[in-house]
Write a protein that binds this ligand. Structure first.
Ligand code: MN
Length: 238
């Protein structure tokens, strides 16, 4: 047989390529549909640039924290829900009976939701100090904004290992609490339950690249990036 000339080679390659595209094209919609069914909760967009909180929280930490840690919690949460055949769409309802679910739902569900709140509470552009009803409640419950900050910072410093410190509202009263790992105050396993108003991530992954073991410096820096407008919305349940 004669060797194929260049045009035959091009035509043959083109046909093979079209065939590959067609085959993968035929497969993709089915895979996408399966994925869509498995994804119960989406990772919300960050809403600002990774470097928007510099110099208090560095861009590299934000990028790894959002695109790796938070993305993994989101993916693993959806997988854990599928595995346990939990179809509930209301995450607060899931947390309200988290004691009955597998640990993977608790750990990854908390990791998913806590970070959603955290990106909002450290968002740039908010008021520089507490306002309105939240300011009144802080003054009433803690005496002053400075006294509140001191008590909250102390709680953040006292978390042993990985976890979170929280300002919650419960029966109209503000309280400072902490949770281990990825637990949160909406879960039926925590000692003090309530609606989250302010939270700080004190896992080492939240500060180690910039602050290493100096958690105190990170907690102090947190007060420079807190979005008090969002805290007020959380307090009012809006
Ligand atoms: Mn984190």
């Amino acid at each position: 047989m004669k060797k194929p000339n260049w045009i035959q080679t091009v035509l043959f390659s083109g046909t093979m390529m079209a065939l590959v595209l067609l085959t993968s094209g035929a497969k993709d919609p089915k895979n996408d549909m399966n994925n869509a069914q498995a994804v119960q909760f989406e990772q919300p967009p960050l809403g600002y640039a990774y470097n928007a909180l510099e110099p208090y929280i560095d861009a590299m930490t934000m990028e790894v924290h959002y695109s790796k840690h938070h993305a993994a919690y989101t993916k693993n949460f959806n997988a854990a829900l599928a595995e346990a055949n939990i179809k509930e769409k209301n995450i607060e309802a899931i947390f309200a009976r988290i004691s009955q679910y597998p640990a993977a739902v608790r750990n990854n569900g908390g990791g998913y939701y806590n970070h959603n709140l955290f990106w909002q509470i450290i968002a740039p552009g908010g008021s520089k100090s507490p306002q309105g009803e939240l300011l009144e409640a802080i003054n009433k419950n803690f005496g002053s904004v400075d006294a509140f900050k001191e008590e909250f910072s102390k709680k953040a410093m006292s978390v042993f290992g990985s976890g979170w410190a929280w300002l919650i509202v419960s029966d109209g009263e503000l309280k400072i609490t902490s949770t281990p790992n990825q637990d949160n105050p909406l879960m039926d396993v925590v000692a003090e339950r309530g609606r989250p108003v302010i939270l700080i991530d004190v896992w080492e992954h939240a500060y180690y690249l910039k602050y290493q073991n100096r958690r105190k410096e990170y907690v102090d820096a947190f007060w420079n990036v807190i979005n008090w407008d969002q805290a007020l919305k959380n307090y009012l349940g809006k």
